[in-house]
Design a protein around this ligand. Structure first.
Ligand SMILES: O=C(COP(=O)(O)O)NO
Ligand SMILES: [Ca+2]
Ligand code: NA
Ligand SMILES: [Zn+2]
Length: 311
């Protein structure tokens, strides 16, 4: 069934497991993710960025949002696993309202680049509107290094646990993304991968609510090798190691945003197939391996996060 993200995350919060939130831009990624969820009997959170809404809607974000709702609902309404649709990194009021109007389960209002009081005010505005429409809300505290807020910020700004308690009380958000040292993309760490577990622990103790980890892709070595075998250059790529990811779940992360790992799996499959099948031009064939690899990464991640058999 098509459900509210909050329902999925409240259960995960109670039972101390995490649910992956997988980003999509097209049909093929959605198909592969849904296949993984069915195989693992796992709840699924499908999420789209504002850019994805624009891309799917060919420049019209409301049309894009509505297309994604219809696609996801077609799958969700016909399956036993709970599936939610979430707007990732909502920053533009028009896009957030479009997602709510189109029927998204939840929206993120990302005002983490603003001073605390402004983040609170903006988040409160969105919570009031979203909750009136039965839509749940995610917000963020702290900043991820790498590309954040369309600005390359070299330093990540880690969450302040006391601020987090004040923030959630003031805003009444449904789930919170505390920055604890991750960053978006495939180049997360120069040296050793390290996250601030202590801050995460404190935020969980103080808020007791479902928490979100952004920048949570692992950069799956198997996929890097296949892709590089067929012409990719992913030198220097490094993600969140599985053991560190598992530790964040143990400490209270319940939603794990995963985009890069699916992108790398898809392009690995695409490169491999195209190189080995010079005569093929049926998209259902040349995107077949790509979808299979995405499904594999999805299934492994659902298992790792503990949401398998939780549907
Ligand atoms: O945080 C993410 C995805 O992060 P990755 O680049 O690590 O997949 N989306 O909001
Ligand atoms: Ca942010
Ligand atoms: Na999000
Ligand atoms: Zn993110």
């Amino acid at each position: 069934p098509y459900v509210n993200t909050k329902d999925i995350l409240e259960k995960a919060n109670k039972e101390y497991y995490a649910v992956a939130a997988f980003n999509i831009n097209n049909l093929e990624f959605l198909q592969a993710i849904v296949e993984g969820g069915i195989e693992k009997k796992s709840p699924l959170i499908i999420e789209t960025s504002e850019g994805a809404m624009k891309y799917a809607g060919m420049g019209d974000p409301l049309r894009g949002a509505s297309l994604f709702v219809k696609m996801v609902r077609e799958f969700a309404d016909s399956l036993d696993i709970p599936i939610a649709l979430h707007l990732d990194h909502g920053k533009n009021f028009k896009y957030i309202i479009s997602a709510i109007k189109a029927g998204y389960s939840s929206v993120m209002i990302d005002a983490s680049d603003k001073p605390l009081e402004e983040n609170i005010k903006t988040t409160k505005d969105i919570v009031r509107i979203a909750h009136a429409a039965g839509v749940s809300v995610e917000a963020e505290l702290g900043k991820l290094a790498g590309i954040e807020d369309n600005v390359a910020s070299s330093e990540s700004v880690l969450v302040n646990p006391d601020e987090a308690k004040y923030f959630v009380e003031e805003t009444q958000v449904d789930f919170l993304a505390p920055a604890i040292g991750t960053s978006h993309g495939a180049f997360k760490f120069k040296g050793e991968a390290k996250l601030d577990f202590d801050r995460l622990k404190k935020v969980k103790e103080l808020t007791k609510m479902p928490l979100v980890l952004h920048g949570a892709s692992s950069v799956v070595q198997e996929m890097v090798e296949i892709a590089e075998n067929y012409g990719a250059d992913f030198g220097g790529s490094k993600g969140v190691p599985s053991d560190i990811l598992k530790e964040t779940v143990r400490l209270g992360i319940n939603k794990v945003n995963t985009d890069t790992d699916l992108r790398m799996a898809f392009v690995a499959g695409l490169r491999e197939f195209l190189q080995n099948n010079p005569k093929e031009f049926d998209p259902r064939k040349y995107m077949g391996t790509a979808k299979t690899y995405v499904k594999k990464v999805v299934s492994d991640r659902l298992e790792l996060l503990g949401s398998a058999n939780k549907a």
